[in-house]
Design a protein around this ligand. Structure first.
Ligand code: DQA
Length: 148
């Protein structure tokens, strides 16, 4: 069974109550459940890890090579300055998809840079919770086209 790691960065544990006009009213658990449903339909197991700590996310990525065929990551605000996340992902050998609920490019200038995008296969931004489903489908599409 292939396993996908879904990583959630700082403040995403507050989804549902956090700035709902921007991030919607669904909780992180709702997004994880919809990602897991698609993943299982496509024949994957999905493991989710959320942390408000950059170091914990780095440690999870460091362990990922031997355990997961792909990573879907919403790094939260670390997207914009978390170079240790960038470096950890750079040495990960599987597929990486970056996902955001909002479209950071349509928001404050400091959100326009992603330090994760250069090490991701692709980024899915601005589609709200649907982005989690799209991310799993995109990851599967890459794995299938690689013939794995
Ligand atoms: C976010 C966008 C980031 O800029 C922000 O810091 C978040 C959420 C999103 O999913 O839209 O925490 O990653």
């Amino acid at each position: 069974m292939k396993v996908i790691l879904l990583l959630s960065g700082p403040n995403l544990n507050k989804l549902g109550e956090r700035e709902p006009a921007i991030y919607g009213t669904e909780t992180l658990e709702d997004h994880v459940n919809s990602a897991r449903k698609i993943a299982e339909e496509l024949g994957y197991e999905l493991v989710h890890f959320q942390s408000n700590s950059e170091g914990e996310l780095v440690e999870e990525i460091q362990e990922a090579n031997s355990n997961y065929c792909g990573i879907v990551i919403n790094p939260g605000a670390l997207t914009h300055y978390g170079w240790s996340i960038h470096d950890a992902l750079a040495s990960y050998e599987g597929i990486i998809i970056e996902v955001h609920l909002s479209n950071p490019n349509a928001r404050e200038t400091w959100r326009h840079t992603s330090v994760v995008a250069p090490v991701a296969h692709g980024s899915i931004i601005g589609f709200g919770g649907y982005g989690y489903q799209l991310s799993i489908k995109a990851l599967d599409n890459i794995i299938e086209s690689n013939g794995d």
